[in-house]
Write a new protein. Structure first.
Lengths: 411, 201
């Protein structure tokens, strides 16, 4: 698929902008701070309903304005759709598909698929587990939009359950018989939250385990390609469930005959772990069991990438994670495992996601630049940003845009 | 900040659900500009509602006497009780004309974030109504969101061994939503297609 048109209204530094894009390579060139990332951020937002730079929507609205509008035209096969998103401060986003009735923003997920690589991705390797969990979850949502509802419900259950644990802890601490009584009644509801947490948690866990399995060979291959070294890049899912985390990385791999990814089995394991953890949870007032405690473990030649890998190796690993995602989403039969969870009836019909490389080439030496250029060239559409045109490898010929504050002009 | 009386009004309005500081200010200035007759009607309506309207002693619905209209209606069946979160949900379900039983209004849903536990809801009153064996079925019509589901699960576990059929509205209601915003057709269908989640008769 590719984006054929982007129009912005009060998004970031743009009061208004209209850009016609082409399949193949589109490069945005302009000095730092001119608004290049803002453009590709808008496209990424339409695909994921989030920014790769900030956790909240407020900075996306041009300062002084009270709402931003992003409109994109997306071509897939011989069909075109328009997706329009209105981002309003402090309110739920509004969305429209093909100029129809307003729908929930969540309903636009799946229309556009993007894989974005940016300098921020270095934190996938060097940062905390929450970034890696977000990486897995975002990829799952791109593959199966319905997962977004599961994730947000899990999030809500978790918040409710944690609030309950906290207030139970507070009333235990303050003592008193009437308080103890009401604490007991509150605790009776903890079982209800446990059941829901286990149900939703098992679904998330199962999907993540299958995702990591499907991604593993693609990551190893992509790492070799970008680094031109036999680096032995491995990924593995690390669960907070004691029953699943025994053994060394790769801790979890689903092979024929085992039931690591079976939702019912995982739910039972979660319920069991919740029973074991309860005294500790009540003591500390936090939820200690579930996919919100898990991690994606990255190793290079058997050593954890975090803390051991060099700066260059970390870059290559982050890039390999994105390239592997790109291949998985495109349904490259060589890389997507025959996991039924990821069966997509639309695959093959121009499913290739739009690949976005934001300010990436400046960070790479000339050889890696060229290799990356060759790797992404076959993509249906690649959007590249760079401060100087010379940083973009020669192989990535295509359309060039010049970016100045507030305006984008095609060369 | 404004002069005393205006600021007091803004503060009071700001305490209402769904009214932020900006709206409170807008409403206050709207009222200032409105003619006295109209404002008097609003004041009277507020006074009347507090004087005349109370909550039904049996089901918790709004009532103009000790019992609400639904509880007083002799044509309705006593074998089935529909459990809802708020009086406005009674109105929504009445619009569907699918239901001829009685109601029980909980006064909310289990919501630890807002500090609402089972003790804060009219649950013991519900159990008391089930004690004499008249009621054969309880329909749990809490909102189709995380808190409503948790409340329904909690109640169904409480009633598991009482010899009562417990059912839950069919899915099809917009998930994450509010019962009152479901249209009549969808809500009616959810009623017809309710599924039994507990029955140990
Ligand atoms: N909400 C906003 N309102 C107005 N300007 C913004 C907003 N967010 C970012 N900017 C401006 O956008 C510019 C950065 O744009 P960016 O796309 O990150 O630059 P680059 O071309 O280096 O990628 C900065 O000048 C910043 O002040
Ligand atoms: Mg930039
Ligand atoms: Zn009544």
């Amino acid at each position: 698929m590719y984006v054929s048109h982007l129009s912005l209204l009060d998004f970031r530094s743009y009061a208004s902008a209209d850009v016609e894009l082409e399949p193949g390579v589109n490069a945005f060139v302009g000095r730092n701070g001119r608004g290049k990332t803002n453009l590709v951020e808008a496209i990424g937002y339409v695909a994921t309903l989030g920014s790769h730079r900030v956790a909240t929507d407020a900075p996306l609205i041009r300062s002084g304005a009270d709402r931003a509008v992003v409109r994109t035209r997306i071509v897939r096969g011989d069909r075109a759709s328009t997706v329009e998103l209105e981002i309003t401060q402090g309110k739920a986003n509004r969305a429209r598909i093909n100029r129809g009735q307003a729908v929930r923003a969540r309903d636009v997920l799946g229309v556009l698929r993007t894989v974005l690589f940016a300098p921020e991705d270095l934190s996938l390797v060097k940062g905390e587990p929450d970034g890696r969990r977000r990486f897995m979850d975002q990829l799952l949502v791109l593959m199966m939009p319905r997962v977004s509802a599961v994730l947000s419900e899990y999030e809500r259950v978790l918040r409710q359950r944690s609030a309950l644990l906290k207030s139970a802890r507070a009333s235990r601490r303050s003592g008193g018989s009437s308080r103890a009584e009401s604490a007991a009644a509150e605790l009776a509801t903890l079982d209800v939250w446990d059941a829901r947490l286990a149900e939703l948690g098992a679904e998330i866990l199962s999907l993540r385990i299958q995702l990591v399995d499907a991604l593993r060979p693609a990551v190893a291959a992509a790492y070799e390609q970008v680094s031109d070294a036999d680096g032995d890049a491995e990924i593995a899912y690390r669960s907070s469930l004691p029953a699943l985390s025994a053994g060394n990385p790769p801790e979890l791999s689903t092979g024929p005959g085992d039931n690591f990814a079976d939702v019912g089995h995982l739910r039972d394991l979660l319920l069991e772990a919740l029973v074991t953890a309860r005294p500790q949870e009540l003591e500390r007032g936090v939820s200690l069991v579930g996919p919100h405690r898990d991690d994606l473990v990255l190793t290079l030649g058997g050593l954890p990438a975090k803390g051991y890998a060099s700066h260059g190796e970390s870059w290559s690993f982050a890039l390999a994670l994105r390239l592997a995602s790109f291949r998985l989403l495109g349904g490259d039969p060589q890389n997507s495992a025959d996991s039924p969870a990821f069966w997509d009836p639309d695959l093959g019909t121009d499913a290739d996601p739009v690949l976005i490389l934001d300010d990436v080439f400046a960070e790479l030496d000339v050889r890696r630049r060229q290799r990356l250029g060759d790797l992404v060239l076959p993509a249906r559409q690649v959007l590249v940003t760079a401060a100087v045109a010379e940083d973009i490898p020669a192989a990535l010929e295509g359309v060039r845009f010049h970016v100045e504050p507030g305006t984008v002009t095609r060369d | 900040m404004y002069e005393g009386a205006v600021q007091d009004l803004i503060d009071e309005l700001g305490r209402l659900p769904g009214v932020g500081p900006k709206s409170a200010q807008r409403i206050a200035f709207h009222l200032l500009a409105t003619d006295d007759q109209e404002v008097k009607r609003l004041v009277d309506a507020l006074t009347e509602v507090k004087l005349r309207v109370q909550f039904c002693a049996l089901c918790g619905n709004v009532a103009e006497a000790e019992r609400c209209r639904v509880c007083l209606d002799p044509r309705r069946s006593d074998d089935v009780i529909c459990v809802v979160e708020e009086p406005k949900d009674v109105v929504a379900i009445e619009r569907t004309r699918e239901f001829r039983g009685r109601y029980h209004v909980l006064g909310g849903a289990i919501n630890p974030i807002e500090n609402v536990g089972p003790d804060d809801l009219r649950i013991s009153e519900l159990l008391a109504r089930l004690a004499d064996g008249t009621v054969q079925e309880v329909i749990l019509a809490t909102d189709p969101n995380v808190e409503g589901e948790a409340t329904a699960t909690y109640l169904s576990r409480l009633m598991a061994h009482m010899g009562i059929t417990v059912s839950r509205l069919a899915s099809g209601l917009p998930v994450g939503g509010d019962l009152e915003y479901a249209d009549e057709v969808t809500l009616g269908r959810a009623f017809e297609g309710r599924r039994v989640i507990g029955n140990d008769k």
